[in-house]
Design a protein around this ligand. Structure first.
Ligand SMILES: Nc1ncnc2c1ncn2[C@@H]1O[C@H](COP(=O)(O)OP(=O)(O)O)[C@@H](O)[C@H]1O
Ligand SMILES: [Mg+2]
Length: 365
């Protein structure tokens, strides 16, 4: 799949720009703070209806204007899809081929996007929340039903936590929320565990190649609830855990157990590299994970995702850069950089260059 064109209106520092893309490589260059990442952000919005760098949609509306609009034309299996997102203060409208979608989840499966920024290079060493976000983002793209389940889980969790903050807790209410939480939570655990198993298989293979066979990568889903093989028993495990910990939850006034606290264990040759890996090891593992994501989306959906590389090439050493570029195959690539290196010029010769200057997009040579 690929983006053919995009139009941005009052999105971030863009006023009104229309741009046609190259089906393979798009090099986006320009000085700092000109709008390079903003352009990638606009494209990314078309995958999940959300930004990869802010939770606040309002931030993306151009200062002193009431609404932002992004529209794109993309291709999926030779079929043209027109997507449109309008952001207004506290309100979002999504249209696919001119038809308004009722739920955010209904916009998924039109474009699959993998984004890789310097932030992602830190995914191995940072706090568990970042790794959960990574899993959620990917699973939401591949499985729209996961998106809905996750939203339900978060809603119930919030309600349960609100109840736990009260001075007199109604036990019947608590039991209702426990049951609901166990149901959606069990679904999340099962989906995540299956996803991580696949990711482990693929990233192990990639990591083996990057490290010339010297490191065996292992990724394991870490949960304080044992992972089961079917929904009824998974739900039972989670329910039992909630029951056995309820005093603790009441004392802490929040839910201390469940998939909202899970993590990924990432190890190389048996050593937990979240805490004990060198920075180089952690970054290489992050690269393996990202590349595995691309392959996993292909396996699961039959579609080649679009890759956004935001300022990340210059963060990698030369051999990692080479590995990354050579393993991409037919992925449509968007790459931002303040300076186009000889390496990029040489290996990505079939390309289009765009120069970004203060919210204007100029087609370069
Ligand atoms: N809502 C907004 N309205 C207008 N300008 C914005 C908005 N959000 C961010 N900007 C501007 O966008 C610029 C940063 O763009 P960005 O794409 O991150 O730069 P870079 O080219 O370094 O990737 C900054 O100048 C910032 O002030
Ligand atoms: Mg940037």
């Amino acid at each position: 799949m690929y983006f053919k064109e995009a139009r941005l209106q009052n999105f971030r520092n863009y006023t009104e720009e229309k741009v046609e893309f190259h089906p393979k490589v798009n090099i986006i260059t320009g000085n700092n703070a000109q709008g390079k990442t903003n352009l990638l952000e606009a494209l990314y919005m078309m995958s999940l209806g959300k930004s990869f760098r802010t939770l606040k949609d309002n931030e993306m509306i151009r200062f002193d204007t009431p609404m932002a609009r992004i529209s794109t034309i993309s291709y999926k299996e030779d079929a043209e899809i027109e997507l449109e997102i309008i952001l207004e203060e506290g309100h979002k409208t999504v249209r696919i081929d001119g038809v308004k979608v009722l739920k955010n989840a209904d916009m998924l499966e039109n474009v699959y996007i993998v984004v890789f920024s310097p932030e992602d290079l830190k995914i191995v060493k940072e706090e568990p929340e970042k790794r959960r976000k990574f899993i959620n983002r990917e699973l939401c793209q591949i499985k729209p039903v996961y998106y809905k389940t996750l939203a339900r889980y978060k809603r119930i969790l919030l309600q349960r936590n609100t109840l736990l903050k009260q001075d007199n807790i109604n036990p019947d209410m608590l039991s209702v929320w426990n049951d609901e939480l166990a149901d959606s939570g069990a679904r999340i655990i099962l989906e995540r565990a299956a996803f991580i198993k696949k990711l482990d298989r693929i990233s192990k293979d990639i990591h083996h190649q990057i490290t010339d066979g010297s490191e065996k990568l292992e990724i394991i889903y870490e949960s304080d609830i044992p992972v089961m093989s079917d929904l009824p028993s998974q739900k039972k495990e989670f329910s039992m855990k909630l029951d056995s910990r309820y005093r603790n939850d009441i004392f802490r006034r929040t839910t201390m157990t469940g998939p909202h606290r899970d993590d990924l264990r990432i190890s190389a040759n048996g050593i937990d590299i979240r805490s004990f890996g060198s920075q180089g090891q952690q970054r290489t593992a992050a690269l393996s994970l990202k590349l595995a994501e691309i392959r996993l989306i292909k396996e699961e959906t039959g579609e080649t995702p679009i890759l956004l590389l935001d300022d990340v090439l210059s963060e990698l050493d030369f051999s990692r850069q080479k590995f990354l570029i050579s393993s991409l195959g037919d992925v449509q690539l968007f790459i931002t950089t303040t300076e186009i290196s000889d390496f990029v010029k040489g290996t990505l010769s079939e390309n289009a260059v765009f120069i970004i200057e203060n919210g204007r997009i100029i087609r370069g040579e």
